[in-house]
Design a protein around this ligand. Sequence first.
Ligand code: MN
Ligand code: MN
Length: 391
Amino acid sequence: MSDMERRDVLIASVGLATAALAAASPAQAGDPSFMNNVPDPLLSGDELPTFKFALEKSEGKVIGNSYGKEATVKQLPISKGIAGVSMRLEPGAMRELHWHATAAEWAFVIEGRVRTIVITPQGEAETNDFEPGDVWLFPRGHGHVLQCLGTQPCHFILIFDNGYFSEFGTFSITDWIGHVPKPLLAKNFGVPEATFDTFPKQEIYFARGAIPPEQPSAPLQGWKLPAQTHKYRLLSQVPHATYRGGREWRADVTRFPISTTITGTILELDAGALRELHWHPTADEWQYIIDGQVTVTMFGSHGRFRVETLEKGDAGYIPQGYGHSIENIGERPARILIGLNSGTYQAVDLSQWIAGNPADVLATNFAQRPELFGKFPRHDVFISGRDGPSK
Ligand code: MN
Ligand code: MN
């Protein structure tokens, strides 16, 4: 090929690439990457909005001694990317068969025991029993049911990778069957119409009955298990990483393969410890204080900086890319549940970023002498103890 021909091929391929770019223009309506680039009016003001919600102090939906307390965009408007629910089930109670049309569900058990049954689109069903420290993940749209196991109540925190999941996105089986004409139901299931005379006419939400058998019963179709499990024993593992001021357990997609859209972590901060200044390039962050008292800072550019104090039972939210930190201001260890709406964990920690630059660059940037930066950490600190980072 002559140089001229080569040039023509090059021009032709550049033309093709330009055409492909134009076809995939982010200005197309409904393109999520375009939507992500539109400034959220809530985050465009002179001040940052609150990023805290007193979840456990809210009323929620109460039936008997069971409850579901929500933090969606309604309660915490900033939390567009992730919603959370605190749910308690009394013995014999069941969160009825349902699915979420617009979100995956991730859960962490705080207290008691829970049994879940989930169906996959391949028709496989998995039954799992959970104890405190265990995690489940149900992909978006997969039908499931939750039962309290044993004679003690259970309490768990649910995370959904869509802040709008609740209002428009949760579908319960009694709500559906209660609104379908009986002839259609009879035809669907091949049973007499009268079968449905005594079925609930509206959504039950929490069903109540006998305490489930300790050994789970076989499904009507028999055991037909999926290849990937929906259960991960998060706190039974050794911590993912240990630092001078605390430790972290992490369930990302490399450890919990079914969890492709959510990473869940438990952060334990000793008294006075600090999860250092950082941001997440690819995910929003949802926080729940399991125990302790912390201050969370958030940086939103243009001089906007906000601090909130979160106590046991409070939820917090940090939008994707926003700078933040978490400091234990109590006298006891603090335990924080953190959910990110990406199965792959990514963070840029400020100590690491500084360590990734030479002293002369830092000296110019901060108008300091270069020698000063010899005192800064040369590694990722992640968690700092009361007296500073590990050396
Ligand atoms: Mn659910
Ligand atoms: Mn974070």
